[in-house]
Design a protein around this ligand. Structure first.
Ligand SMILES: NC(=O)c1ccc[n+]([C@@H]2O[C@H](COP(=O)([O-])OP(=O)(O)OC[C@H]3O[C@@H](n4cnc5c(N)ncnc54)[C@H](O)[C@@H]3O)[C@@H](O)[C@H]2O)c1
Length: 302
């Protein structure tokens, strides 16, 4: 916070209407060693300091829901965002929107369950931006109509869900790690789920198991790469109002029941994930690894 270490620098917040109406934090730097009482404003210079300036971030599942919100927020915080999704139309449209607002974003059509696609995604990010600082591993599928209790779920459904949710997470981690090792650090964030922590969705055995696997994968990676300054953490959203949940939330009565079950008294919005996502992607979380962070309105606390 005080770059000179002598309490003579300070932060100021102001609104820049030219930039999406967003709030930027600008740090006013003093001459190092000058006590604040001697601070002469004419000798200071301003440095606009967004929280993710200079970071290159891959976001999977960026075309909709939580991934879309995180990708757009990362870009607003100054990151160069590489957006990956199977939904080419929505993904390309988001990238176009960001670029039209002067932000840095590129879309790469990617099926995270396919090794060749993930390799191509990583190569595209490196070719375009030269490094990868953060993987925000968000892509997942939930098949309410096909997933079921264990003796009823088909092997085909099990394999598809595991393929995207767990194999995809493994592949993305596997192929971003070499560049992070070379660079000397990085941050990997996985999206877990309450269903992977408690048995709250017995009819979603494939989905729930894949999400339990995410937590295990993140912890084993956190342990393996801590001395390489690569941090691995998990965000656990609660019941969020996204396309993934439209099958339950489109029924007003069911929606009301889900809302009622949340201690904070409301469903989560895609924007609710942004602050935690930015924190874990940024250097502000440099002492955090192997963590599982709830963003669920208190759902799993009761
Ligand atoms: N919505 C919730 O209530 C909730 C709760 C807990 C956890 N989560 C987790 O949060 C993450 C985001 O969820 P969401 O609600 O935004 O989902 P969503 O379904 O709304 O969006 C998921 C995105 O991932 C993309 N995708 C699907 N398969 C893909 C593949 N093979 N390769 C690349 N992209 C693919 C989709 O096209 C879509 O754009 C997921 O990991 C999900 O498991 C969500």
């Amino acid at each position: 916070m005080y770059p000179c270490g002598k309490s003579c620098c300070f932060n100021k917040t102001f609104v820049n209407p030219q930039r999406l109406g967003g709030i930027f934090v600008a740090t006013m730097w003093c001459r190092h060693g000058k006590p604040s009482s001697d601070l002469n404003l004419s000798r200071t210079h301003w440095k606009v300091c967004m929280r993710l300036s200079d970071k290159v971030i891959i976001v999977t599942g960026a075309a909709a829901g939580l991934g879309r919100a995180a990708a757009a927020r990362f870009a607003r915080e100054g990151a160069s965002v590489v957006m990956a999704d199977t939904n080419e139309t929505a993904g390309a449209a988001l990238a176009g929107e960001l670029v039209s607002r002067g932000l840095k974003g590129v879309f790469v059509r990617t099926d995270v369950s396919k090794e060749g696609d993930v390799k191509a995604l990583v190569n595209a990010a490196l070719a375009r931006f030269g490094r990868i600082d953060v993987l925000h591993n968000n892509a997942a599928v939930l098949y309410n109509d096909r997933d079921s209790i264990v003796h009823e779920v088909s092997l085909e459904t099990w394999d598809i869900v595991m393929g995207v949710n767990l194999r995809g997470a493994f592949l993305c981690g596997k192929y971003v790690l070499p560049s992070m090792l070379k660079q000397g650090g990085g941050s990997i964030v996985y999206l877990g789920s309450p269903t992977g922590i408690v048995g709250c969705a017995p009819k979603l055995s494939a989905y729930s198991t894949s999400k339990a696997g995410i937590t295990g994968l993140a912890r084993v990676m956190a342990a393996a790469y801590a001395r390489n300054a690569i941090r691995v953490n998990v965000i656990v959203p609660g019941t969020m109002d996204t396309p993934m949940n439209s099958y339950i939330l489109s029924d007003d009565e069911v929606r009301e029941q889900f809302r009622e079950d949340v201690p904070l008294g409301r469903l989560g919005l895609p924007s609710d994930i942004e602050g935690l996502a930015v924190f874990l992607a940024s250097d502000e979380s440099s002492y955090c690894t192997g963590g599982v962070y709830m963003c669920d309105g208190g759902l799993t606390a009761v």
